[in-house]
Design a protein around this ligand. Structure first.
Ligand SMILES: Cc1ncc(COP(=O)(O)O)c(C=O)c1O
Length: 356
């Protein structure tokens, strides 16, 4: 159902951000991470905009099938791997590379008949989410290498848990564990997410896996100005019309819980966007928005389909569009004010709003 809040995709920004990933890791190939409907941006549209990537990474088989059916011939990595024999058959037929992260997945390989499948063996070097024990890597790698149903071009990979904190020593520990257990194995390697790409050159390896930076958001959560610092551009704008303008006296309260009191007589605008549209309910008073190219901020609590904004000394009329985040207001700043991360905001808004 069409609501007033809308999201707009900026394909050129996606291409620009891909170029920034290439500049940061010039010796690596790029797997664009477009899982979860491309972080809410629309998987087919994003894949189309990022055709110059060397491949894509998605979470699961259905996401990859949708991509293949759209006509892409690119390599596609399935980050969660296969969960059953059907998944594996589809992966073999449509030439997806599945992540092997647990020995329980190996049993399905013997049931593939004459078909072959491409795999990436994932080591758990400290994230403790998916991955085999690092000390088992060589043995499992060799078993895969000699398996009749496995394409001999096997990749090795791991995922960094703390790369978004440039002072955290876990990243070097993870890299050491990965290198120590895989150095002798002949394979392509993939380690770096966006934070690894921008902050840890030792993680670049053969294939980088940028996600959030492609969408124009900094992976370093403590930085409000990371987008500018890393020369990234917003791939999504979330905007909504102003639907009412009020003049309130000093002391009057606004919104649920009467949490904000006007500090002086002031003009307040009501914008048709709320948490039902993916705008974070926990965005505090003071979260930036932009109207007619002027930056102002929210006042009071976010409701289901409305927010109030400070329009003191701002001239605008009902119907004017307010940018909640996008080219003027970075989603990182909104995330910071809502004590969350841009990933969540982009997924929520992108998957809830009408696209223009
Ligand atoms: C295994 C894996 N690699 C790469 C990425 C991309 O991470 P980011 O969006 O932080 O660049 C993700 C995303 O969560 C992931 O799960």
């Amino acid at each position: 159902m069409k609501r007033s809040a809308r999201v707009t995709l900026h394909p050129k920004a996606l291409q620009h951000n891909l170029q920034q990933a290439r500049l940061a890791a010039p010796h690596s190939k790029v797997l664009a991470v477009i899982k979860a409907n491309a972080y809410g941006h629309g998987v087919l549209e994003v894949a189309q905009a990022l055709q110059t990537a060397d491949g894509y990474a998605v979470s699961c088989i259905p996401e990859a099938v949708a991509l293949r059916e759209s006509g892409t011939q690119h390599p596609i990595l399935i980050l969660q791997g296969h969960q059953n024999l059907d998944d594996l058959r589809i992966a073999s037929e449509l030439q997806f590379r599945v992540v092997i992260h647990s020995t329980s997945q190996l049993t399905f390989l013997d049931q593939l008949g004459d078909s072959k499948v491409q795999v990436a063996l994932k080591l758990d070097t400290g994230m403790h989410r998916l991955g085999i024990a690092p000390q088992d890597a060589a043995a499992i790698f060799n078993r895969l290498k000699n398996h009749k149903n496995i394409d001999t071009d096997i990749w090795l990979m791991t995922h960094l848990s703390c790369a978004d904190d440039l002072t955290n020593s876990n990243t070097n520990t993870q890299l050491d564990i990965f290198n120590h257990n895989t150095n002798a194995l002949p394979a392509s390697r993939s380690i770096a997410n966006s934070a690894g790409i921008l902050g840890w050159s030792a993680s670049h390896a053969d294939w980088i896996r940028p996600g959030i930076m492609l969408y124009g958001s900094s992976p370093f959560t403590h930085e409000d100005n990371g987008r500018e610092y890393y020369n990234l551009q917003a791939a999504m704008t979330l905007s909504a019309p102003l639907i009412a303008i009020h003049h309130f006296n000093k002391g009057e309260a606004i919104g649920y819980g009467a949490s904000f009191h006007c500090p002086h007589d002031m003009q307040v605008g009501i914008v048709a966007c709320g948490y039902a549209d993916g705008y974070p309910r926990h965005a505090a008073t003071g979260t930036p928005v932009s109207i007619n190219n002027i930056e102002t901020h929210t006042v009071g609590r976010v409701s289901m389909d409305m927010i109030a904004i400070n329009m003191h000394t701002i001239s605008a009329k009902v119907g004017d569009l307010v940018e909640l985040w996008g080219t003027k207001i970075s989603v990182d700043r909104v995330a910071h004010n809502a004590e969350t991360i841009s990933y969540e905001l982009l997924c929520n808004a992108g998957n809830n709003c009408t696209w223009q």
